[in-house]
Design a protein around this ligand. Structure first.
Ligand SMILES: *Cc1c(COP(=O)(O)O)cnc(C)c1O
Length: 812
């Protein structure tokens, strides 16, 4: 299609759909029209891709994740279709701005943060590298809550993202399956010596899939993200007549749990987990049976990935279908299950290691519990005599009346991976050490990555243009080519062009800040950014204390030689996470105080942008000068915003945590500001129980002065929140070593201040960060999963001379 044809098609489609002309249409009508033109175009490739996989009998991977966080899809799909430029220009000629039109799309936010965003980056990359891989998840009626500030407190509003429909999804009624939740089960002999389960009571629910095309980057491949929605099955209509009964069913896929680390221990959440696991695994088996291959060979055609522990019941559900439905013997079924399954661990935080009480599991999925019991019994039997008693007791799936989901995932799969080198090492040496002793060969690392296309080409066109002009456009397909930029680190023209692009992005963000917060910020100031979920371990508090220190210093001496800075926060707190919400309140009140204080010569501004989500990330990241990655060492499994910010030329100030370690290795010590305790120092403190925050508070005058402001009235309106945070630091011994790292952090911040004052040096550091970011492309990450874990290969693919995988239908 060319531009002229596009304009004709677009106008015709608008007339067909809405019977109107371009000049009369609302942005939403224009958006619906463009979207419908796109989906009707790529649906041929979608069907073809599926047919190709099926006919080639290709092994396929299924990525089970309780969260996906794609954000807006319009521009990403346009880019991947190769339509972005054509459509943008064509629309301009019709008097329409693509950006205005794209604003209409609600963010698809079926995830909390990093976990869901990783799943979506993987979906993009799996399609873009031509790999046969699909997503499997839940179609929540309400995504992650919308955040607003009222009196500087977080207020949560429901995210009604489906209100105007969702043009990317297709409801596939013909692919529905039934899922049983609750009730009782007993086993009976079927006359051939087999035990068959008999179910009584409970609810038989219809799981209806909504499929969304995952369009690969200019390779004609379209994979599928399948999200399940609950419905009342037609046969059961009579049972669910009352509104209350219907509500009980509909609740199941109604809301995403807004807590990204600790499990509330709620029955509904467990039901959600079993629902999408059972629906997904059933539909995979149904597909496999259509291939007419022996059930014994399913491991050669299917790989199932368990993204964090929420889908860990895949292990037991797969067993259930093989033994109950396919009448396979336990041992054969178990071997196949282990070969099909693989698992990624995402956290070492104890409160996020999922456990469910036996009673609750029995009440939600009684047959699954029986199978887990048998898995546990056989595990103990197999290990007894081989390993010592205590080790076996510590690694069992069922312990102290609880089912340990990570244990189930590890025992029932052939691969367990962490998400950054440091994290994977910690799994082996500490968190999952016992399992490492049992199954050393199962452990491996797969450092996270990001979909480069979204975070440069879409989010940062200004930078993308400079890159094209400087090193050509091969980086768009092959992000390793960003390294070519290193040839220009002494080229003042290139340094200037990069700085200009950054400045343009900063001006654009400054406008957004003024429009949304009414705060005027100086685009020449350092834009210092911390964007991520609000969590004690991520230490937004450390950032805040440093801001307070700068403020006190400036009050004492308004002529202090510091570069003007704008501190920018974006973060949602889980609605039930009281402490995190108090931090938000205190940051907001501190911001009000500082932003209204004329005596500090506009050297300091603090901005907390509400409702951090993927679209806001796309706005903030290109404008960032400094990337705050300051979690307590050992606590952040990987992080991915650290990668996005680096790619956009921000300079990282970081602890040696998660993937920050690999970023440091990539750019070298001179191009990053590292500070703080190392992971082994943190563990030393744990071992010796020797940390005393009170000692630091009493002996360090700066710490004393800064921490006091939380309770002495310096910051208005924070009587209870200030006290709560003060107590966490002093009374409860500062769980995340904020005070211990404070001094070192201030020095690192001072080094940032110094570096920024030397414009040329700063620009060179920024250039080196961009140039070295290619290794964090999720295209590479998924390729490693495909090679090492899933054993899948691109369909109909060949390697072209640049090492880029391309789709080539004519080969077949
Ligand atoms: C990348 C991203 C995250 C993850 O951020 P971390 O700093 O790695 O925790 C969370 N939310 C959104 C919207 C993102 O785009």
């Amino acid at each position: 299609m060319d531009k002229t044809e596009f304009k004709r098609c677009f106008s015709r489609r608008l007339a067909e759909k809405f019977a109107m002309e371009v000049s009369d249409a609302s942005p939403n009508e224009l958006y619906q029209t463009l979207g419908s033109l796109m989906t009707s175009t790529y649906s041929q490739n979608w069907q073809q891709t599926w047919k190709d996989y099926r006919e080639a009998g290709q092994k396929q991977a299924y990525y089970f994740s309780i969260e996906f966080l794609p954000g807006k899809m319009l521009k990403s799909n346009l880019l991947n279709m190769g339509w972005l430029e054509m459509v943008s220009e064509g629309l301009t000629e019709l008097g329409i701005s693509l950006d205005d039109l794209a604003e209409v799309e609600p963010d698809m936010a079926l995830g909390n943060g990093g976990l869901g965003r990783l799943a979506s980056c993987f979906m993009d990359s799996i399609a873009s590298t031509g790999l046969p891989g699909n997503g499997n998840g839940i179609r929540y009626e309400y995504g992650l809550f919308k955040q607003r500030f009222v009196d500087n407190y977080q207020v949560e509003l429901p995210d009604e993202w489906l209100q105007k429909g969702n043009l990317w999804e297709v409801r596939k009624e013909s692919k529905a399956v039934d899922v049983r939740i609750g009730g009782d089960v007993y086993l009976s002999e079927d006359g051939f010596g087999n035990l068959t389960p008999n179910y009584q009571g409970g609810m038989l629910l219809r799981a209806v899939p909504y499929d969304t095309g995952m369009v690969g980057y200019q390779n004609d491949i379209v994979n599928t993200m399948r999200l399940w929605s609950v419905e009342i099955s037609p046969e059961e209509e009579d049972r669910y007549r009352s509104i209350g009964d219907r509500r009980a069913v509909e609740d199941l896929t109604s809301v995403l749990y807004p807590d990204d680390s600790s499990e509330a221990g709620r029955k509904l959440r467990l039901s959600q987990e079993y629902f999408f696991v059972s629906a997904g695994v059933q539909s995979i088996l149904r597909y496999y049976k259509q291939l007419n291959k022996p059930m014994d060979e399913i491991n050669q055609y299917i790989a199932i990935h368990i993204n964090d522990t929420h889908p860990a019941m895949c292990v037991a559900e797969f067993m259930r279908l093989l033994i109950d439905q396919e009448k396979m013997g336990w041992e054969r079924a178990w071997n196949l299950t282990q070969e099909v399954m693989s698992y990624t661990n995402h956290t070492i935080m104890a409160e996020a290691l999922e456990k469910w009480s036996i009673d609750m599991m029995k009440s939600v999925c009684p047959r699954i519990y029986q199978i887990i019991e048998e898995i546990d019994r056989r595990f103990v039997e197999e290990m007894t005599g081989v390993h010592d008693f205590d080790l076996i007791q510590r690694t069992r799936v069922i312990q102290c009346g609880q089912v340990h989901m990570a244990h189930l995932a590890i025992i029932g799969s052939h691969s367990t991976n962490g998400v950054a080198k440091l994290h994977s090492d910690l799994l082996k040496s500490v968190v999952l050490h016992d399992f490492y002793l049992l199954y050393p060969a199962r452990f491996n690392n797969k450092t996270n990555g990001i979909a480069m296309r979204r975070w440069t080409q879409l989010a940062n066109p200004a930078l993308s243009n400079v890159l094209d002009d400087t090193i050509g456009d091969s980086w768009r397909k092959n992000p390793s080519d960003l390294r070519l930029l290193l040839n220009f680190e002494e080229d003042d023209q290139v340094l200037e062009a990069l700085a200009d692009a950054k400045w343009e992005n900063k001006k654009r963000l400054a406008t957004y800040i003024e429009d949304h917060c009414g705060i005027k910020v100086n685009s020449n100031a350092i834009f210092d950014v911390q964007i991520k979920r609000l969590h004690a371990y991520k230490r937004q508090l450390l950032n805040l204390l440093h801001i307070i220190k700068l403020y006190l210093d400036l009050k004492e001496n308004p002529d202090l030689p510091i570069e003007p800075r704008v501190f920018i926060f974006g973060a949602k707190a889980a609605p039930s996470y009281h402490y995190a919400k108090s931090i938000i309140k205190v940051i907001n009140e501190t911001a009000s105080l500082i932003n209204q204080d004329d005596s500090i010569n506009n050297k300091l501004k603090v901005v907390f942008l509400a409702n951090y989500n993927v679209s806001l990330a796309e706005r903030i990241i290109p404008a960032a000068d400094v990337s705050e990655q300051i979690s307590l060492a050992s606590k952040e499994a990987s992080g991915t915003s650290n990668m996005k910010l680096m790619l956009n030329g921000a300079v990282t100030i970081a602890t040696l945590d998660g993937a920050n370690v690999e970023i440091r290795d990539a750019v070298g010590d001179d191009n990053i500001a590292i500070f703080g305790l190392t992971e082994s120092e943190v563990y030393q403190y744990y071992e010796n129980r020797s940390y005393s925050s009170t000692d630091i508070f009493k002996n360090d005058a700066v710490v004393y002065k800064v921490v006091k402001t939380l309770v002495d009235g310096t910051i208005p309106n924070i009587i209870s929140e200030g006290q709560e945070i003060f107590d966490s630091l002093i009374k409860y011994n500062d769980e995340f070593f904020v005070l211990r790292d404070f001094g070192d952090y201030c020095l690192a911040q001072e080094s940032i201040n110094q570096a920024y004052q030397d414009k040329r040096r700063w620009r060179q550091i920024s250039l080196r960060n961009i140039a070295n970011a290619g290794r964090f492309s999720s295209d590479k990450t998924v390729q490693r999963y495909a090679d090492d874990i899933w054993q899948i290969e691109p369909a109909f693919a060949h390697e072209d001379d640049r090492g880029v995988t391309q789709h080539d239908t004519y080969l077949f």
